[in-house]
Design a protein around this ligand. Sequence first.
Ligand SMILES: [Zn+2]
Ligand SMILES: [Zn+2]
Length: 349
Amino acid sequence: MAPDPTPTDPRSWLTTTPRGLYCAPGGFHIDPAWPVDRAVITHGHGDHARPGHGAALATRETIEIMKVRYGADLGATQDAPYGATTRIGEVDVRLVPAGHILGSAQIVLDWRGARIVVSGDFKRRRDPTCPPFEPVPCDVFVTEATFALPVFRHPPDVEEIARLLRSVETFPERCHVVGVYALGKCQRVIALLREAGYDRRIWLHGALVPLCDLYRREGVDLGDIAPVGDAGRNPADDLFGRETFKGGIVLCPPATLVDRWSRRFPDPLPVAASGWMRVRARARQRGAELPLVISDHADWDELVATVRDVGAPALWVTHGREDALVHQARAMGVAAEALRVAGREEEGA
Ligand SMILES: [Zn+2]
Ligand SMILES: [Zn+2]
């Protein structure tokens, strides 16, 4: 039989199911919310990478991240380097950098002459911990919309890191305790501090150590980092290490910022690093005295630029603030619609 000469309706081969996005001619789900036979995973955040699939394809870095997070509960894994094409069922699958966190990838799907790109989470600005997003021309671009409102314009992250370092200089008696998500944000904040010339030891809550170790194994330079438990082991330190932390920087998970754990440090100054820090109420809720707007997601301008760059005539908008982006894309002549995908809630925004 001759191949179908007419353009294939994208809805006929990539659909939403209760488990997530499903590619029928490939027989696989993308970032499924529940265990499936065969999954293709964009990146290691918990709302995208889940354990228990029969088989999972992702970048090697993402699979390493999943091993650290889920241990043996992984099923069969197959890694694919950026740029390589893997045939799954009838579909050619290619992973392309998404610029979001270490190992993050857009999923490029080619079937019968039509191309859909599923971006996962992405951002457009430079990040010392992962390769940059590459726009791929396609027929349908499937995008996130975490910060899809014109109010979300993220300032340059070097400026935000400079604000942190100015505060450290201004309050040498205080310990700056910075709330960061364990995967991506933590390592990026450390790498940005190093690029800004901060060469003192950076202290870590124990929950942040395994993924920092992984990033270092993957060649990301984080400089001198150590768990806070290491302080006071040195005979030169005082008994509880309090002197050690004066004027220092400690990183911890966001929830730990406001609990008893951070009160052990001398006059702790709570800092939060997140795209949500644009919103004053969110900063208050996090208990942040110094909110830093540092995001692993595209801001409004980056989302709009990306819709233009990929040049897709159709846009499907998944988790986040879909309405504003759909409206904007339609004004740009793109057939845009919201796509409800099960199981997304942002980690590490
Ligand atoms: Zn993510
Ligand atoms: Zn996400």
